[in-house]
Design a protein around this ligand. Structure first.
Ligand code: GDP
Ligand code: MN
Length: 397
């Protein structure tokens, strides 16, 4: 589950990580009230107004702006809330902004070259250990840094049975070129950040930039936080942080009915049982000259009701020109799946107006093929993988 910046910062702060303080606002009126409250709490007289959407690069897209008085807070909030924010990380249509974070300005005037660092905590899948990835080159695209100056990216791996040790946090501070108060602040920051990552069951923390203020404080100015869905049951207070306005509506609906669905850009819809077979099927579609429109794992029970739900979800995507059903019948026999496909198809009447190719393999595959072939429906059957690919190619041509 992805979080908004303001939610990520709330979690960080609750574990003692210093953050740029801010208050979320739903409209310009609330933004002004938030600014006033911030001034009372922090003494700040300048503010940054930051669009809250699930995408990075907001600064580049005009979603992060400095306000030097309350009138500017109001006019900037008015301008950002409701806008369609287009950043390098959104689609071409952009993302609608529903709320802004009004934050204290922490880039003090006169500080011409603020020190911005990059820091993330994530799992290194090769070693099976969490690592802290960090760089002196904060504030910009880490992908660009990785490409152009990879020697400026450092990593620190943490032994899960021991946890982070103080010398590791000191090494981070040292490699970032810090000394004195800033050095001590950074070691505290790193220890707290890593603890927050582990205790919140996150799968990604990305703090870009981490700022060293001109008075040597270290703080998180931005926060991209992804929580592990499978651990959410341990964090009842985080569950409400989900903002489905930020999620793909078809994916949300699929999740509600228990289908494992990921929307993609292609033209061939897939219905498959098992994640591994789903991946292989997507490769097959590409080889046949198509592009998968989705990843869809219907799971173990591919009965008529489930197949019908899957059909309806796939057909919501207007780009779909054909559907490939690829089911391995082990415990669920192929003939039952085939019957499910036929029943679902008949139930849906005219809703299906594109070619369907069904490949069933496993127990009773031959009976299943007969069932499909004799159904009188516009459904083509295949037994071999290649056969299915050829049929997809033929209907796309
Ligand atoms: P992103 O563009 O989505 O990554 O959003 P960030 O939260 O990283 O903000 C983008 C940029 O806005 C940062 O890299 C900073 O340069 C700038 N920024 C953020 N907070 C402040 C602030 O308090 N004062 C000023 N002047 N600039 C800020
Ligand atoms: Mn950022």
């Amino acid at each position: 589950m992805n979080l908004h910046e303001y939610q990520g910062k709330e979690i960080l702060s609750s574990f003692g990580v210093r953050i740029q303080r801010g208050i979320v606002a739903q409209n310009a009126h609330e933004a002004v009230a938030a600014a006033k409250q911030l001034t009372t709490e922090t003494g700040t007289s300048w503010y940054v107004i930051k669009a809250q959407v699930h995408a990075g690069g907001r600064g580049k897209g005009g979603g992060v702006k400095l306000a030097k008085n309350l009138q500017e807070v109001e006019s900037i909030a008015e301008q950002i809330i409701g806008m369609n924010l287009i950043t390098p990380q959104t689609s071409a249509e952009g993302k609608k902004v529903h709320q802004v974070l009004v934050a204290e300005d922490v880039y003090y005037p006169g500080d011409s070259e603020p020190d911005e660092f990059y820091m993330s905590v994530l799992l290194n899948r090769t070693t099976g250990r969490n690592m802290i990835m960090y760089s002196t080159e904060g504030g910009m695209d880490i992908e660009t840094v990785a490409e152009e100056t990879p020697h400026l990216i450092f990593t620190e791996e943490i032994d899960p049975s021991v946890g982070i040790l103080p010398f590791q946090a000191r090494r981070v501070a040292f490699n970032l070129g810090l000394s004195g108060t800033a050095f001590k602040e950074m070691t505290k920051f790193v220890m707290a950040l890593y603890t927050a990552y582990v205790k919140s069951d996150a799968s990604l923390f990305e703090i870009n930039p981490v700022l060293k203020t001109s008075d040597d404080k270290i703080m998180a100015v931005d926060a991209k936080v992804t929580l592990d869905d499978n651990a959410l049951y341990r964090h009842k207070n985080y569950v409400d942080m989900r903002d489905i306005r930020e999620e793909n509506p078809i994916e949300v609906e699929a999740k509600e009915v228990g289908l494992n669905y990921v929307d993609l850009d292609g033209n061939v819809g897939c219905m498959v049982n098992g994640a591994g077979l789903a991946m292989a099927t997507m490769d097959l579609i590409k080889q046949a000259g198509g592009e998968p429109a989705n990843f869809l794992d219907v799971g173990g029970t591919a009965d008529a009701k489930r197949v019908e739900t899957a059909f309806r979800i796939i057909l919501k995507d207007p780009n779909v020109k054909a559907i490939l059903i690829n089911i391995f019948g082990g415990i669920v026999r192929c003939d039952r799946v085939a019957q499910g496909v036929v029943d679902a198809y008949k139930n849906m009447g005219d809703a299906i107006n594109i070619p369907i190719i069904v490949r069933l393999q496993g127990t009773n595959a031959d009976i299943a093929k007969e069932l499909i072939d004799n159904s009188g429906l516009d459904v083509q059957s295949a037994v071999q993988f290649q056969e299915a690919a050829d049929k997809v190619q033929a209907v796309l041509a």
